[in-house]
Ligand binder design. Structure first.
Ligand SMILES: C[S@@+](CC[C@H](N)C(=O)[O-])C[C@H]1O[C@@H](n2cnc3c(N)ncnc32)[C@H](O)[C@@H]1O
Length: 476
C-alpha cells in the first residue's frame, strides 16, 4: 500500500446510487442474510472467533437456508477474506481514520464495501441495505456516516481502487499483487520466496488463494470408493487422491451430507489426503505394523491412517497435546484401530524406536490454507513464524527418535513459508543424519512438483491447499 494518502477522485466514475434518507430511525430491517454476515464479522472482531465456525451456527439457529444462506456465506467469508483491501479503500473514503470509527460501524462498512467491489449486487442495493442495517442497529448519525463513505466507495470499481491505492507494479510487484489479491504484504512475500517468483506464478498463487475453494471430501478406505461417494454427493472424483471427491464451492454445509453424517467420508483437503497417503506409500524393510500420528487433533489424518491401518493389519497411536482436541480425535476415529494419547509430541510417553511410520503434521502458521479460513490472513503475524519453526524442529526431532532405524517419518505443514518447510527439514536432517527421501515419487500422478526432494503443493497448480510434505528415513 502506498505510504501517501491518495487524493480523492473529484468526479464520480460510476453511476451514483440515490441518496439515502438518513432521518429518524425506522423499524428493524428484514435482511436475515446480511444480518447473519454482520453478526459473524462482529464475532470475529470482538471474540477472535472463526467465521467458518460462527456462521454455520447462526444459520442453523436462525433457520436461514437456501439463497439467504448462500448470500450470508458469500458476504461473511468474502468480507473477512478481503478485509485489508476493503480497509484501504474505506480509509481513502472516510474523513476520519478507521481507527476512530466505531467497530460495529466498521463491520457494516466492510460488508457494504465488499458488496460494492466484489459482488454483482447493484450499488444502490449494496449501499441501501448496509445503511438500513446501520440505522436499525446504531441510529441515524452512524447511518449518515456510512451512507457518505459508501457513496464514495461507489466512485470506482475494485480495479480502479487498486490502481489508485496499490504501490507501482514495476517498482514493487509483491506489494502490488498483495493489494490486488487482498493479502497482507508479508504473506505475499512468503509465497514469493517459496515460489521463487514475483511474476505470473505469484499472481496465480495469490489469486487462487483468494478464490472460494471447493469442499474436498475423503472417502473412508474400505467403506466406500471415491466413485460411490461422488455419486452419493453429486460431486466429482478428485484428480489425485484415490479417496478424494470435490464438491462445488458454496454447495451447502458438507456436515449435512449423509455419507459425512454416517462417517463414510470426512471433509478433508485433497492435499492433506495426499500427504497422509505419502507416509503409507514409502517402502519399508522389515515390519510395518506400528504407526504414529504425533500431532493428531482434530483427527482428519488419523482417520485416514486408521482406516488404512485397519485394512493392512497395522495399528496407530495418536498423540495430541490439547485435551479437547484429543477428544475430537477419539470421536473421529470411532472404532478404528487408533489409540489416542494426550501428551506432548516432543516427549510423549511412548517407546523410542517403537514405530515403523510416523506422521508429524505440525502446528504451523496455516498460510497454505488461508482460502479455507476467511479471517486468518489478517490475524496471523510475522512474529508467529519463529516460535512455530522452533516447535516444528523439536517435534520432527522427536519423531526421528520415535521411529525405528530404517523407518520413515513424514513432516507435513499447511504452509509454504520457507522457515516452516525446507528450513526445518534441512536443519533437522543435518543434525540427526536422517536421509531425505525424494518425496515426489510418493505423490504419483501429481504434476509440477518441482526439483524435490520435498513436495510443495499449491492451489493454483494442484487445486489443493498449499501443503508441504517431506519424507525422511532414520538411518538403519
Ligand atoms: C496441524 S494440526 C494437526 C491436524 C491433524 N493432523 C489432522 O489432520 O486433523 C496440529 C495439532 O498439533 C497439536 N499440537 C501443538 N503442539 C503440540 C505438541 N507439542 N505435541 C502434540 N501436539 C501438539 C495442536 O493442538 C493441533 O491439534
Amino acid at each position: 500500500m502506498s505510504a501517501q494518502r491518495p487524493s480523492r477522485p473529484s468526479r464520480p466514475r460510476g453511476p451514483h446510487p440515490p441518496r439515502r434518507r438518513v432521518g429518524p430511525s425506522r423499524p428493524p430491517v428484514e435482511d436475515p442474510a446480511r444480518l447473519a454476515a454482520l453478526d459473524t464479522l462482529r464475532a470475529v472482531r470482538q471474540r477472535d472467533a472463526y467465521a467458518n465456525l460462527v456462521l454455520p451456527g447462526l444459520l442453523r439457529e436462525r433457520r436461514i437456508t437456501g439463497r439467504d444462506a448462500a448470500l450470508a456465506t458469500e458476504l461473511a467469508y468474502g468480507t473477512s477474506r478481503a478485509q485489508g483491501l476493503l480497509d484501504a479503500v474505506l480509509g481513502a473514503c472516510s474523513d476520519r481514520p478507521l481507527s476512530e470509527v466505531d467497530g460495529s460501524v466498521l463491520d457494516a462498512l466492510r460488508l457494504g464495501a465488499y458488496q460494492l467491489l466484489r459482488t454483482r449486487i447493484p450499488p444502490h442495493a449494496a449501499v441501501a441495505s448496509t445503511v438500513d442495517l446501520v440505522r436499525a442497529e446504531l441510529g441515524s448519525g452512524a447511518a449518515g456516516f456510512a451512507n457518505a463513505v459508501l457513496r464514495r466507495v461507489t466512485e470506482q470499481d475494485e480495479a480502479g481502487w487498486v490502481e489508485e491505492l496499490a504501490p507501482d507494479e514495476d517498482a514493487d510487484p509483491i506489494g502490488y499483487l498483495a493489494m490486488a489479491s487482498a493479502h497482507p504484504r508479508w504473506v505475499a512475500q512468503a509465497f514469493a520466496e517459496a515460489l521463487g517468483s514475483r511474476g505470473e506464478p505469484l499472481r496465480a498463487a495469490l489469486a487462487a488463494d483468494d478464490a472460494r475453494p471447493a469442499v474436498h471430501l475423503a472417502a473412508r478406505p474400505g467403506e466406500v470408493s471415491a466413485d460411490e461417494l461422488a455419486a452419493m454427493t453429486g460431486g466429482e472424483v478428485a484428480p489425485y487422491s484415490p479417496y478424494g471427491v470435490h464438491l462445488e464451492p458454496g454447495a451447502g454445509d458438507p456436515g449435512d451430507l449423509e455419507p459425512v453424517r454416517e462417517r463414510l467420508a470426512a471433509v478433508q483437503d485433497e492435499g492433506s489426503q495426499l500427504c497422509a497417503l505419502a507416509l503409507t506409500r514409502a517402502p519399508l524393510e522389515g515390519p510395518d505394523e506400528r504407526w504414529l500420528d504425533l500431532c493428531a487433533g482434530p483427527g482428519g489424518k488419523a482417520v485416514l491412517l486408521g482406516a488404512l491401518a485397519h485394512l493392512s493389519g497395522a495399528t496407530v497411536d495418536a498423540v495430541e497435546k490439547a485435551p479437547h482436541r484429543a477428544e475430537l480425535v477419539r470421536k473421529a476415529v470411532g472404532d478404528l484401530p487408533v489409540t489416542v494419547h494426550v501428551g506432548d509430541g516432543r516427549d510423549p510417553d511412548l517407546p523410542e524406536g517403537g514405530f515403523d511410520r510416523v506422521l508429524v503434521d505440525a502446528p504451523c502458521t496455516g498460510l497454505g490454507a488461508l482460502r479455507r479460513r476467511p479471517e486468518a490472513r489478517w490475524r496471523r503475524q510475522p512474529a508467529d513464524v519463529a516460535p512455530l519453526a522452533r516447535l516444528q524442529r523439536e517435534l520432527l526431532t522427536s519423531a526421528l527418535r520415535l521411529v525405528r532405524p530404517g523407518g520413515v517419518v513424514a513432516y507435513v505443514v499447511c504452509s509454504p513459508h520457507l522457515a516452516e518447510t525446507v528450513g526445518v527439514v534441512a536443519d533437522v536432517a543435518r543434525r540427526t543424519g536422517a536421509e531425505r527421501l525424494d518425496t515426489r515419487q510418493f505423490f504419483p500422478g501429481v504434476p509440477n512438483l518441482g526439483q524435490g526432494p520435498q513436495v510443495q503443493l499449491w492451489p493454483h497448480e494442484h487445486g489443493t491447499d498449499a501443503m508441504f510434505c517431506a519424507l525422511l528415513r532414520r538411518p538403519a
